[in-house]
Design a protein. Sequence first.
Length: 272
Amino acid sequence: MDLDDERKPRNSLDCEANLLDHFRMMFRNELCYLVPQDASAERIVQDVLNEKAWEDHSGKGALPPDFVCEERGLMLEVMRVDDHERPGDRKGYVNPLRARESEIIKEYAREFEDILALAADDASLTINAVTDLETEDDHSYRNYLSAFSRIVGKHASNAQRYRKNHPGSKLVFFVFDESSTYLEAVDPKAKSALRSAGDVVRGHSHLFFADKAFLDVVRRSGADYFIWCTPFKQSALFVKDLELPETVVYDVGRIDISDFEYDSHLMVSAEL
């Protein structure tokens, strides 16, 4: 969490600049997948990693999108998605994880303020809440796809406005994805069965970056480039010898990979 102008605690991941900072600190070139694999996509990720080149437009009074790099003719919009969001009882959407984060912040606000008062000026704390929901209620592929589509689509609806604000600049969408690793179960019963540590579930790995349902959202985004950051999937912890990319960079108009269709009824989270 960060302190805002009034020195009140808030979750650091609610801040666009912090999401980019996290990306820049955790980025590993060997786990970055370029689509297509050429100099154009490589140049974009290097430009975003260069923190000094960007002006922060995420605050009030600045022309969106969130960040602008005049030197490279780029503009960047940041968004955050996960697999917890689901439709509310009435209107809109609810997110049990974010709700729990807010409860923790409210409950321990004084303690957090005291800790941050003793820390460096740019110190931040990140809340990693636990919902205590069963896996199937906590992590849902359908909710994941719905949230990804809704949030990217919401930002895509502003793409023309961004281009009008910064004529001639290329638009980059940056998605900070907090979802878990998924697999397509071979046995439909595994989808609903209660699992415990050490259980084995047979299935097909979810190659999220080539999932047709998600790729369709990327293609419709209206962005020139799309950076998909997935720092928490940690596929190697769940599937032996499988290491999926942590960062995927698409040149949206030149996506050249084969895509795969997954049965949403069989998709299950690898987490308990």
